[in-house]
Design a protein around this ligand. Structure first.
Ligand code: HEC
Length: 175
């Protein structure tokens, strides 16, 4: 191959690899202080508020199936319940759940993704959550800095659809 041909080939290849990788629904890092819009809008496409609310309030999906969970207080298994039992109907937290030693934080989408929230009237800061780290928080009981939660917070294992719907509910609680 002539040097000029090689050169064109190299340029062609490098432009190919330099193409921007499409933003996935999970890459909201770097926009933490803005409304987590654009990429999140795609994530919420087709979400069901009805299913999300049911999970939020009673820990069951719209089909009546309990969300798989472990940990947390015993009463959750005796009587059932959802996020609302501990984080409040409006997601503002500030509740010390039964059999727990710690007051629950607010978990509306803004409270989680902005990195600043009011908890019992006091301003608190944490590393802003992304969709990915919210899922990690639910499944592994750790915050974005991998600091473990109090054992009061159960672990929740949701399907992709149920997780999306629950987050849609948390977003709706910002209104
Ligand atoms: C039995 C009570 C209880 C239930 C039920 C519960 N939580 Fe929690 N949750 C807590 C407590 C207490 C904390 C604070 C833990 C800590 O900081 O150590 C917490 C922390 C969190 C956090 C971390 C917030 C932050 O600021 O870092 C998220 C997110 C969260 N819960 C989401 C949920 C969701 C979503 C549900 C329902 C699927 C739920 N929780 C159900 C008690 C509960």
């Amino acid at each position: 191959m002539k040097p000029i041909g090689k050169c064109i080939l190299v340029i062609a290849l490098s432009t190919l690899f330099a193409l921007p990788i499409p933003m996935t629904a999970y890459s909201s890092e770097g926009h933490s202080h803005e409304e987590p819009q654009t990429d999140m809008d795609g994530f919420f496409k087709g979400a069901s508020l009805e299913n999300g609310s049911r999970i939020y309030f009673v820990g069951r999906t719209i089909s009546g199936k309990p969300v798989e969970r472990t940990g947390g207080p015993h009463w959750l298994y005796m009587h059932g319940g959802g996020c609302a039992n501990c984080h409040g109907d409006n997601g503002q937290g500030g509740i010390v759940p039964m059999m727990c030693a710690k007051s629950s934080p607010p978990i509306t989408m803004k409270a989680l993704t902005s990195g600043t929230h009011k908890h019992n009237g006091t301003e608190e800061h944490h590393t802003p959550y992304t969709i990915e780290t919210i899922r990690q928080a639910l499944e592994k009981s750790v915050n974005p800095d991998l600091k473990p939660f109090s054992p009061c917070m159960p672990q929740w294992f949701l399907s992709d659809t149920d997780f999306r719907d629950l987050l849609y509910k948390l977003k709706e609680l910002d209104k």
